[in-house]
Design a protein around this ligand. Sequence first.
Ligand code: PFF
Length: 453
Amino acid sequence: METKRSSFTGKIGFVLAAAGSAVGLGNIWRFPYLAAKYGGGVFLLVYIALSVTFGFSLMIAEIAIGRKTGKSAVMAFGELDKRFSAVGFIASLVPMLILPYYSVIGGWVLKYFAGFVSGGAAEMANDSYFGGYISSVGQPLFWFALFIGITAIVVLFGVEKGIEKVSKVMMPILVALTLFIALYTIFAVDGAWEGVKYYLMPDFSHFSLMTVVAATGQLFYSMSLAMGIMITYGSYMKKDISIEKSAKQIEIFDTGVAFLAGLMIIPAVFAFSGGDESALGQGPGLMFVTLPKVFEAMPGGTVIGAVFFFMVLLAALTSSISLMETIVSIFMDKFRINRRISCLIVLAFSVLLGLPSSLGYSVWGNVKILGMQMLDLFDFLSNSIMMPIIALVTCIFVGFILKPKAVIDEVTVNDTPFKWRGLFSVVIRYIAPVCILAILISSVLSAFGIITI
Ligand code: PFF
């Protein structure tokens, strides 16, 4: 077996690759709808608080485990302690659950991009367009297949260098466009200020336990934590690069893009729903229903809309590629098969698992498990159950078995400073495990209808 381990060229290479995986549909599509649904400003506040404590500590722990062992997640835990081998295995199941439904949403983005390019902008701005589209059968499946097909081709040819270059150009454009659209809505569309207030001024009467549950799940998802990705990336990282600084940069970048996406979408929802609060709870369709209306109202909106959906598409692709790459490389290592076969297997089961996610909005609409249709179920299982379990075990492992000192030693190797080591040790040992356990219990109880959160 080939054992040569490539490494990132330098700090920028690592941060970019990790940020390319982190910034994706989670930031632009998922964050705004959760923030709108679970309290606006309160959600934002809770999210940021969790990000600088949990997010920071877990990211440091994962990168350090990866760099210390030089192994990907499946092997890294086992290498440090045999009893924990299963954690790596469970962690690698998460991307397998996410990739199929991620690609279904990616397919929606692809469709919207194609729609804007082919002059369908006005039609897409119609209230009932999105609902009608996802409840049809053939089209969503076609765009889903195309999206996952493109992902598979890139993974097959392994154009890592290409991805790095694309990310470098695309990320700044995406950030600039998001900012522009947000400013346009706020200043040029009537009624948007109410939304800015809802988003930026925490109103504690909107706080509920669900705010914390949703924010934690979102944090893991958005930063690609608790699924082994950062461990694998850490294993490629050179010893002279500061883990602490890199973790902070990834976090700032990831949270910054999510923040801007919320600023772009939430005020627009207020403006176009005429203050109807129920529009906030719309869920997964929020971006697809609201943004086309902003573009419709904007001079040159068709072109800006096309460029915007193209950027979102690229951000989604860099993430789906990193998801598929992770699974493919696990299969290659575990079953000693070559890249092409591994790719085909992953593609086949992703298509199979993606089918119910897509059809759940149409012909399989009444198939519900725990009251959820398939896409929501996959999202719930990975974000609210599996990721908290993995995060919890990782904290216990690092806090009490491996001991925080082992991580601190890895971070401070070559005398690299680690300023927030005190925060790290306390969060990883005490605060994070207790909170994650509470979250886990409440999401299980709510799924079975025992409590409503
Ligand atoms: N973090 C990505 C996002 O926010 O869209 C989703 C993701 C990508 C999760 C890659 C996991 C992963 F390996």
